[in-house]
Design a protein around this ligand. Structure first.
Ligand SMILES: [Mn+2]
Length: 355
């Protein structure tokens, strides 16, 4: 099935005449248009990108097989109404997970239709299983992350701030092919590493600190995501124990990854391992998430994930232990699930590094 056929299947399932896509990632996935401004309208007769003057050339170049309509003085409402009239659309789907309430209210009041129907995540779900082409891009993005990690190890020195380390990581990613960041880099040192999503600060890295670096880049629109924790200087016995417990939990979880495994069962393996140690309760977030055009995608390796994970789904595997006033460790790899196991896209060293 090509992309339009996949969207029309959604129209069939939800008994819709057309759908109005507002989520930029879904717009890009379906049409190839990266502008993320405007709407994508798909019915059984028409596939149309509605955008403004700034993006019309780009949309025409990127989206073969899609009409591009430049909105006029009447704005989006008038342009969409022309389509609805021509198509005799009655039931119009919209992305209730995404469309702002103010925009929904205005469209619902002014559009020529009988009903606006929420499609929930029906379109986003199209993105769950990655194509070979998508996987190549994600793999490349993760490879760039690996390069940045190798290079940052030569740069980190006591006295350097977390913000400086983050800046170098970003420099190394962008000078090795990244077009941007997939999320704000996390660099957390010393006690700051006890906060899973600490914001890099002006805190200077000290001898003996854990330094957790969680970072990712964009390559051709696709995200990477990885985390490594190192020790600057010699690790204490307690630091080694925390680190090796996290590593053991990650490796144990990876043992059970293969197509068909239930998401929550993978999470449980890592969680049970950590909870069987003195660090019980110190792993306070889910084990992993999928990665694609967006950094946090479904499905997840988490307690709430009751679905079987399909081959071709990407997942992070990122257990952690966080101890207040002491510090924390997280190790994160990005894998793609296969019929018999997984392929790991992350190749950076996982044994404890002491700089
Ligand atoms: Mn992650």
């Amino acid at each position: 099935m090509n992309m339009k056929e996949r969207v029309i299947k959604v129209l069939d399932e939800l008994n819709l005449d057309a759908v109005l896509v507002s989520d930029g990632y879904n717009m890009r996935y379906i049409s190839g248009f990266t502008g993320a401004t405007g709407y994508l309208y798909v019915s059984r007769n028409r596939s149309v990108i509605l955008t403004d003057f700034r993006y019309t050339i780009q949309a025409n170049n990127q989206s073969q097989g899609f009409e591009v309509i430049e909105i006029g003085k009447g704005g989006y409402t008038a342009a969409i109404n022309d389509l609805l009239d021509a198509d005799q659309t009655k039931r119009l789907g919209f992305e209730d997970d995404h469309l702002l309430y103010a925009n929904y209210s205005s469209l619902n009041e002014k559009l020529h239709k009988e009903e606006m129907v929420p499609v929930k995540d029906a379109l986003t779900k199209l993105r769950i299983v990655k194509t070979a082409d998508e996987l190549e891009k994600i793999k490349m993005a993760e490879h760039i992350g690996d390069i940045a990690f190798t290079k940052i190890l030569e740069v980190i020195k006591p006295g350097m701030t977390e913000l400086e380390v983050a800046a170098y990581l970003e420099f190394f990613m962008k000078t090795n092919g990244a077009e941007g960041l997939s999320f704000d880099s996390i660099v957390a040192s010393g006690v700051n590493s006890s906060m899973p999503h600490a914001t890099p600060s002006n805190k200077k890295i000290e001898l003996g600190d854990f330094v957790t670096m969680d970072f990712g880049c964009l390559y051709q629109g696709y995200c990477s995501d990885m985390t490594r924790t190192i020790v600057v200087g010699k690790a204490s016995p307690e630091q080694k124990e925390v680190y090796n417990t996290v590593l053991k939990a990650q490796l144990a979880a990876m043992e059970v990854i293969r197509a068909g495994v239930i998401g929550k069962d993978v999470d449980k393996v890592a969680r049970d391992l950590i909870d069987s140690t003195k660090y019980k309760g110190c792993f306070g977030h889910g084990l992993g998430h999928s990665v694609g055009l967006f950094i946090h995608e479904e499905p997840r390796f988490s307690a709430g994930e009751n679905n079987a994970i399909l081959a071709g789904v990407t997942e992070t595997v990122e257990p952690g232990i966080y101890i207040k006033d002491f510090g924390g460790v997280r190790i994160e790899d990005l894998v793609v699930v296969t019929e018999n196991g997984f392929e790991n896209f992350t190749h950076s060293e996982k044994q404890l590094i002491e700089l």
